[in-house]
Ligand binder design. Structure first.
Ligand SMILES: C[S@@+](CC[C@H](N)C(=O)[O-])C[C@H]1O[C@@H](n2cnc3c(N)ncnc32)[C@H](O)[C@@H]1O
Length: 394
C-alpha cells in the first residue's frame, strides 16, 4: 500500500484496487462525506478567485444517498485492521440513516460512540432551535475491547485543581485524583469551534474542518507510525494533521481541485509533493472531457492561466477571465456553432470588452464564419480554441 499519497477519483473505485488497498491495512479511517444537504459549495481562494468545488446534491432522496454510501463504507471497513476504527462525520440531514448503515456494516455492538461536535457561529433558523452540532459516528472493526484507543482528557479548571491541591490531592468524593490529566473526555465536544472566516488555518475550501477536531480523533485512535485514511479528504485536514502527528496517511478525493489543494497543503508542510504527484488526476482527452462541469471550467481556466468567474452560474455568458482582463466562455460540448459566438458577442459588449476566448470540444463552420464577421463588421476579436489545441499547448 502506498502511504503518504493522494489519490484523485471516486473513493469506491480507488479502494476497490485490493493490491493498492489490501484488507486489514489501515489503523484509522475518518470520513466527512457530502452531507445530503442540497447545497452547491464553492471555493473562495485567498486571492479572491472562486472555484466551484463539488455539488452536494442528491436527486432521488435519502435512499439514493445511502445506497451510494453503502459500498464505500463496506470498502472502508474491509481495509481497516481488526484493531482499527472508523469515524464517520455527518449531521442531522442523514445521521439517522448513516447510523443504521454503520450498524449494519460493522455490527450494532461495534458502535463505540455517537459523538456530538458542538460549535458556535453561523446562521440561525427563523423557526426551531439553532443547529449547532454535527454527529461523528465512531465504530470499531473488530472486538471493541481490542481497538487502539488513547484516552483523551478534559483538563481540570484552575479552580478545581486548586481545590484538589488544597485537600492534598483528594477531591470532594474523598478519592485521590491525579491532578495533571483532567477528566475523561465525554462524547460531546464543545471546546473546538468551527472554522471562522478569520481563522489562519482556513483555506476557503467549503466544509473545511478544524485541525483541532482531527487532532483529537487521530490522537485517540492511532499511534505514531499508524496509517490514517480519509477517502473524502477535501482540502486535506485529516492528512495534514496525521502528518504533523507522525502518522502515515492516504487522502482520496474525487475533485481534482481538492486534490491539487491537498498537494499544495502537504507541500507547505515541507513534503516534496506537487499536483503532479497526485495519483489518478485526469490527463487524457477522454478523462478531461468527462469532468464535472465546474471541474472542467477550472481545468480550462488553469490551462489558460486564467481565473474562474466569481459568480455561481457564470457571469452572463462569461465563465472566467484571462490575465489581460478579457473574458472566457467554456463549452463542454462539441460543434459550438454560430449561436455560441453570437451569444458571446452580446456578453462581450455587456462587459465592454473588445476581445475574448471561447473554448469548446469542437466548433462548427458557422462559428468560424461568425468570428470573421464580428471582426470585420464590429471590430470584436474572438479566439476559438478547442480542448485538443489547449492540450497540445501544454
Ligand atoms: C465535506 S467535504 C470534506 C471536507 C474535509 N473534511 C476538509 O476538512 O477539507 C467532502 C468531500 O468529499 C468529496 N467527494 C464527494 N464524492 C466523492 C467520492 N465519490 N469519492 C471521493 N471523494 C468524494 C468532495 O469532493 C469533497 O471534497
Amino acid at each position: 500500500m502506498h502511504t503518504n499519497a493522494i489519490y484523485c477519483g471516486d473513493c469506491q473505485r480507488v479502494l476497490a484496487n485490493t493490491v493498492e488497498f489490501p484488507d486489514d491495512s489501515v489503523d484509522l479511517v475518518y470520513i466527512d462525506p457530502p452531507f445530503f444537504s442540497d447545497r452547491q459549495y464553492e471555493v473562495l481562494w485567498g486571492d479572491g478567485y472562486e472555484l466551484r468545488a463539488f455539488e452536494d446534491r442528491w436527486k432521488g432522496g435519502i435512499e439514493n444517498y445511502i445506497a451510494w454510501m453503502e459500498p464505500k463504507v463496506r470498502e472502508l471497513r474491509r481495509v481497516l485492521k481488526p484493531t482499527g476504527s472508523m469515524y464517520l462525520h455527518c449531521d442531522y440531514h442523514a445521521n439517522a440513516h448513516l447510523r443504521i448503515l454503520m450498524d449494519k456494516e460493522f455490527g450494532e455492538s461495534h458502535c463505540i460512540n455517537d459523538i456530538a461536535w458542538c460549535y458556535r457561529g453561523g446562521g440561525v433558523p427563523s423557526k426551531g432551535f439553532a443547529r449547532k452540532h454535527d454527529t461523528i459516528l465512531f465504530y470499531a472493526k473488530g472486538d471493541p475491547r481490542k481497538i487502539t484507543f488513547n484516552t483523551q482528557y478534559v483538563p481540570y479548571s484552575e479552580a478545581s485543581q486548586a481545590l484538589v491541591a488544597s485537600r492534598g490531592g483528594t477531591s470532594i468524593d474523598g478519592k485521590k485524583r491525579p491532578l495533571s490529566r483532567g477528566a475523561h473526555m465525554p462524547d460531546w465536544w464543545s471546546d473546538i469551534n468551527s472554522l471562522q472566516t478569520w481563522s489562519p488555518e482556513r483555506l476557503d475550501y467549503p466544509t473545511q474542518k478544524p485541525e483541532a477536531l482531527l487532532e483529537r480523533i487521530i490522537k485517540a485512535s492511532s499511534n505514531d507510525g499508524d496509517v490514517v485514511l480519509d477517502s473524502f479528504c477535501g482540502c486535506g485536514t485529516a492528512i495534514s494533521v496525521a502528518h504533523k502527528l507522525n502518522r502515515k496517511w492516504v487522502g482520496i478525493d474525487v475533485s481534482p481541485t481538492a486534490c491539487k489543494l491537498m498537494a499544495k497543503r502537504m507541500h507547505s508542510l515541507g513534503l516534496p509533493i506537487s499536483a503532479g504527484d497526485v495519483i489518478g488526476l485526469p490527463k487524457t482527452y477522454e478523462q478531461l472531457k468527462a469532468l464535472q462541469p465546474f471541474e472542467f471550467q477550472n481545468e480550462i481556466l488553469r490551462r489558460l492561466t486564467g481565473r474562474v468567474s466569481a459568480k455561481k452560474s457564470g457571469d452572463m455568458g462569461i465563465d472566467g477571465w484571462l490575465i489581460d482582463g478579457s473574458p472566457v466562455q467554456v463549452k463542454q460540448s462539441d460543434g459550438g456553432g454560430r449561436n455560441v459566438v453570437d451569444n458571446f458577442e452580446t456578453a462581450l459588449r455587456r462587459a465592454k470588452k473588445s476581445r475574448g476566448t471561447i473554448v469548446a470540444l469542437s466548433f462548427g463552420a458557422g462559428a468560424h464564419e461568425e468570428v470573421a464577421r464580428a471582426k470585420n463588421q464590429d471590430g470584436l476579436e474572438i479566439t476559438l480554441k478547442t480542448l485538443k489545441e489547449l492540450m497540445e499547448e501544454e
